[in-house]
Design a protein around this ligand. Structure first.
Ligand code: MUC
Ligand code: MG
Length: 392
């Protein structure tokens, strides 16, 4: 098999379809680090890392991810065998501590390249797909309940989503609970609602908020309190009036084991970026399944590449008790993929084809690329993918 010739990174900034408000950040655009790994025989594998508004969500940011890959990860990859993603990741892990998002982006590119070399989708390299589609919810985060109602009505009508996660924790507890009651009352049986507090509450607020949201008909509360308060999450879980889900608390398999041991949630959000890559995410999925934890397929609001990577892995899992939220590309005003991912009948279709099953349109990558970055060097054969996709 062939070896790795180059590893390139570029940051792209893509505007969102509307302002996205979370407890800790307001987003107008999404920044992705696109990683391009090229083999000696001229194939490319791509990966993606996103955060939420710079370093507001995790210690990494697009700028730190790019710098760590360029300076510390890429040199460890050059000359390594394309057929050994696990071996290459082991090499990287023994030299680079943490930096899970950066590791996930390069691991995604390695799987894409290996899959394309074998002519197989990434799901085949993880035991094979057991499903062709994944249920996908939409996140309401405009900060205005009347606007949220309008947005949800349109999405239900289009049969794109009928389960909604509402971002709360910016307004007062009373206002947030009133908004959720209004949403639940307006839609009745036509939609289901859950909330993501993104650590915005104290333990006392969470105890009061969970009870009120359960009464309003909300089915789950995601990460109500600080990521470090495992015993607090455990306490809320024991009360049992509403499902509790850990998200920011599980930044890899070790924290996952701690959360399981403390029963600090009924459900866990699996994000390939937070896990530190697909291999780590798969081990977290197995831990969760063995421990009777409900699975939720999470996102870091990635574009087409990161979303396809998650979809490839999640397609090897039989049951997501709490659905997935792989809607990231739909939040962006334009997709960088040659062919957009397909969302239909409340599901995402898992992309077919070798590797990720999606290719990037390099002219769009250039258009949205941040100023001052050198052009990517993409082999002519890989550029042809765009021409085939566009002209058949
Ligand atoms: C998070 O905390 O879950 C997922 C959806 C969204 O709107 O934000 C992300 C991060
Ligand atoms: Mg969350």
């Amino acid at each position: 098999m062939t070896t790795i010739r180059s590893v390139q990174t570029v940051i792209v900034d893509v505007p969102l379809v509307r302002t996205h408000k979370l407890a800790m950040a307001v987003m107008q655009a999404q920044s992705s680090v696109i990683v391009v790994v090229t083999s000696e025989d001229g194939r490319v594998g791509v990966g993606e890392a996103t955060t939420i508004r710079g370093a507001a969500y995790v210690p990494e940011s697009p700028e730190s991810i790019k710098a760590v890959i360029d300076a510390h990860i890429a040199p460890l990859m050059i000359g390594q065998d394309v057929s050994g993603p696990r071996a290459v990741m082991g090499r990287i892990s023994s030299a680079v501590v943490g930096n899970n998002f950066a590791k996930c982006a390069v691991e995604t590119a390695l799987w894409d390249l290996y899959g394309k070399t074998l002519g197989l989708p990434i799901s085949a390299l993880f035991g094979g797909a057991v499903r062709k589609t994944l249920p996908v919810l939409w996140t309401l985060a405009s900060g205005d309940v009347e606007r949220d109602i309008e947005e949800a009505e349109t999405l239900i009508e289009a049969r794109r989503h009928n389960v909604f996660k509402v971002k709360i924790g910016r307004a007062s507890l009373a206002e947030d609970c009133e908004s959720l009651a209004r949403l639940a009352q307006h839609f009745g049986e036509r939609a289901r609602f859950r909330v993501d507090v993104n650590q915005g509450w104290s333990l006392l607020e969470a105890q009061q908020g969970c009870a009120r949201l359960a009464d309003a008909g909300v089915d789950l509360v995601e990460q109500p309190i600080s990521r470090d308060d495992i015993s607090g999450l455990s306490l809320l879980t024991q009360r049992g009036n509403i499902a509790i889900m850990a998200d920011e608390a599980i930044n890899g398999p070790v924290r996952m084991a701690e959360v399981i041991q403390a029963r600090a949630g009924h459900a866990v959000s699996i994000k390939i970026a937070q896990a530190g890559g697909l291999l780590a995410a798969r081990s977290m999925i197995d831990l969760a399944l063995l421990s009777n934890m409900g699975l939720y397929g999470g996102t870091m609001l990635e574009g087409a590449v990161g979303t396809a990577a998650s979809a490839q892995l999640f397609s090897t899992v039989e049951h997501f008790a709490w659905d997935t939220e792989l809607f990231g590309p739909l939040l962006q005003r334009e997709t960088l993929a040659i062919t957009p991912l397909v969302y239909r009948d409340f599901q995402l279709e898992v992309p077919q084809g070798p590797g990720l099953g999606v290719g990037l349109d390099w002219s769009k990558v250039k258009r949205y690329g941040r100023d001052g970055q050198p052009d990517l060097d993409i082999p002519a054969d890989a550029r042809e993918e765009v021409l085939h996709a566009v002209h058949g």
